[in-house]
Write a protein that binds this ligand. Sequence first.
Ligand code: GMT
Length: 381
Amino acid sequence: MNNARLPAIGITCYPSAGGSGVIATELGLNLARSGYTVHFISSSIPLRLQRYRQNVFYHQVDVANYPVFAHPPYTLSLASAMSEVAERYALDILHVHYAIPHAASAFLAQQMVGPQRLKVITTLHGTDITLVGQEPTFFPITRFLIERSDAVTAVSEFLKRETERVFGTTRPIDVIPNFVDTRHYRPDECRERRSWFATPDQKVILHASNFRKVKNVPAVIEVFARVQQEVPCKLVLAGDGPELPAVRDQVDALGLSETVEFVGHIDDLAELLPCADLVLLPSWHESFGLIALEAMSCGVVVIATDRGGTDEFIDDGTNGFLRDPEDVTGMADVAIRILHDDTLRKQMAEEARRDAVERFGARCVLKQYVALYDRVVGQGG
Ligand code: GMT
């Protein structure tokens, strides 16, 4: 173990926008503030890691290409980088976020360094289990990597159950939920920023995602099309992804282009979320739904999908709403009700903020990771 007797941690994640990268980066930054040495090992620098911070190091993975490769073997380059960093900085743990391919690289690195010296923790985030891992080509390796990690965490009870059901794994899974920096994501009247989108009499509805099919963005547009007939409002769409062109076409076809604002990818939504009166997240499934928690932390009411792990932090009718992603009418009805009733919206927003702070603040969830690290390092080495 390295100095101060705290384990030295290597973290690997997808560096681009996405909840798993955000959670991994925020976890590393919080660990570093608590005195841990944290080494990020990834294909490019994670978005929230751009400036120098004490105890935080970044190692870029160089992927060599060669004409015989149909695709450069990133998994192997990552494994080499992990083993080198682990040897050089005496890492105790490789903590990988999103199983594919990170857990495979960590497994290889562990074999190179020695399973007694280097432990592997895999955090399952969602589509690594619910979509990607179930592809026939990834299924056996995903199951193997879950079984062979020294510890596995899932971001919700739903994801834990789904992993055990689909993969039939026996490796115990710790549930450690997503968390939010409640000092950064906080309520703010943001009158000036709001005026960029809406007049004072208009409500602001917001959706933010990576515009993949699983996010069911067409339902956002359909809900908005109904709501704007009853309540003066604007829709702000933040993010980018493969479904964006189709969503633009849908907006044009419905004659909504004057009332829908596409703001593109925004690295940090803490300044935008509090401007909203309502956030929509009608995904086909969400293992957790970090954006909903971030909205709650900003004191904004959310209507989220009821498929997945959202009911582990959203209590329907108390601190937000849960609806079936196909139930456009139900989502529109509740949106109209909450946008008409300022008193109810304020009451639910306060409840949402309180729950985010008391149950899902970074400090509270960090303790669960720290306990896990202690347990895994204590398993022998
Ligand atoms: O698959 C995605 O949508 C992206 C993925 C990610 O890498 O950010 O999101 C998953 O992980 C987040 C962080 O744990 C969860 O909050 C999201 O619910 C989860 N996405 C899905 O389950 C669809």
